[in-house]
Design a protein around this ligand. Structure first.
Ligand code: FE2
Length: 424
């Protein structure tokens, strides 16, 4: 007897009337019209069953700290970094853990079951590192938390940062981070990329750098990152996050850069909610959107994900762990409005980030973990359009969250008899 059987589901690739059989936390079969005895049967009624959402770029140490100790007045990245610097001495491990756990609750409710979070290592106490390592362990039964050792104030610019970054890795942080555009000069930025990639190669680790997060068309750290990836044999294990300068770069230069990134199998993460609000702040009109060239990167064969980046922190006052909101913004900013492109936006918050994080057993296939989300939508485009309700969220075949369907009841004198309807 099966543990769980989902019936009449539509899958993201368009297959309908699909059944998903689950035993011992794994998917044992995915086929059309399967009927078998199961302890629990869920009739999906034609709605979309998706693998869980994955966030490839987040800052869980800063999440839910909005207003502490004050609000970002200019709305710029640089004031956000300064504000985070003011908040850091006031942090306690208990408060960090509490906020991160609260965010993980939001995430699970929204079907977001894997997050790559950067954690600031520019603190001799490594308080945030200790806190997020504790959180990683505590949420492991229901959420995969991958941590990046992130030298927020610059690995070369900030005294002690390299030693602290290495200590964070030794303590259990997974991935090597960096922020070349925040080093003192372009040359120091390039040196930081080389140094950090060499460290990752020595230790067999993945790399995820905040890279070229500016409107400077001459910021070239992604070129160095692709070069170092190639030189050190790190293909497929390196991610460039943000890459907003690419928005403003010369088109000829980009036509050379994109094939170099594809050749090095460097992944890209755009953070549409944050890019559209932080970038272009020094422009009058027209104001640049500042997001990297998502459809062009995808057309070149680069794996691109959309990340949430921030939720209620020194850089961004909104957000709710809803990766469909992230995909919705990414779709608009990148003008990815064809049917194919809208589906690519759904992939950018599911399968693409799963590939970037190298998640094992992710997907809706026999042998994969029984992790999935039943959405109140019939296909990925409708899911994005409605930021669809996550009716049921499963982890290892067990229900971990549910939300009642979104309905409205009308009371219109001009339309007697009109009653409740579901959003479609
Ligand atoms: Fe970030």
């Amino acid at each position: 007897m099966l543990d769980l059987l989902i019936t009449h589901a539509t899958l993201p690739d368009g297959r309908s009337d699909m059944s998903v059989a689950v035993q011992d936390g794994r998917i044992t079969e995915v086929s059309q019209g399967l009927s078998a005895a199961a302890h629990e049967v869920v009739d999906a009624q034609g709605l979309l069953l998706s693998p869980p959402f994955v966030d490839a770029h987040f800052h869980m140490d800063a999440a839910l700290s909005y207003g502490l100790p004050r609000v970002n007045q200019s709305g710029t990245l640089l004031e956000g970094i300064a504000l985070w610097g003011e908040l850091k001495p006031l942090l306690t491990q208990e408060a960090l853990v509490e906020r991160a756990l609260a965010y993980c609750d939001w995430a699970v409710a929204k079907g977001l079951l894997a997050v790559r979070s950067h954690v600031d290592v520019c603190d001799p106490r490594l308080l945030a590192v200790q806190a997020l390592l504790e959180v990683k362990q505590r949420v492991a039964p229901y959420l995969d938390l991958q941590l990046v050792a992130f030298p927020q104030d610059g690995v070369l610019r900030s005294p002690g940062a390299l030693e602290q970054l290495q200590r964070a890795l030794a303590m259990g942080v997974d991935v090597v981070g960096g922020i070349p555009h925040f080093e003192r000069t372009m040359a120091e930025g390039a040196a930081s990329v080389k140094l950090l990639c060499e460290l990752a190669a020595e230790q067999g680790r993945m790399v995820d750098m905040h890279c070229d997060e500016s409107d400077d068309p001459l910021s070239r750290h992604i070129e160095t990152l692709a070069f170092e990836t190639q030189r050190l044999g790190l293909q497929g294990r390196v991610t460039g996050s943000h890459l907003t300068s690419m928005h403003s770069m010369d088109n000829y230069y980009v036509s050379k850069l994109l094939p170099l990134m594809a050749e090095a199998q460097v992944h890209a993460v755009a953070n549409p909610l944050i890019n559209i609000t932080l970038q272009g702040r020094h422009d009058s009109y027209p104001k640049r959107r500042g997001m990297t060239r998502v459809p062009e990167l995808m057309a070149q064969g680069v794996t691109v994900a959309f990340g949430h980046d921030c939720v209620m922190d020194p850089w961004y006052s909104l957000g709710s762990a809803d990766m469909l909101e992230v995909a919705h913004m990414g779709l608009h900013v990148a003008q990815m409005t064809s049917q194919t492109a809208m589906r690519q936006c759904f992939d950018a918050v599911t399968v693409n980030p799963a590939r970037i994080l190298k998640l094992q057993g992710y997907g809706l296939e026999a042998g994969c973990h029984a992790d999935f989300v039943l959405l109140q939508a019939r296909d990925p485009v409708e899911a994005i359009r409605l930021r669809a309700t996550r009716l049921k969220v499963f982890r290892r075949g067990k229900l971990v969250a549910q939300t009642p369907p979104a309905t409205a009841t009308l009371h219109l004198a001009a339309r007697p008899g009109s009653t409740a309807f579901m959003y479609r």
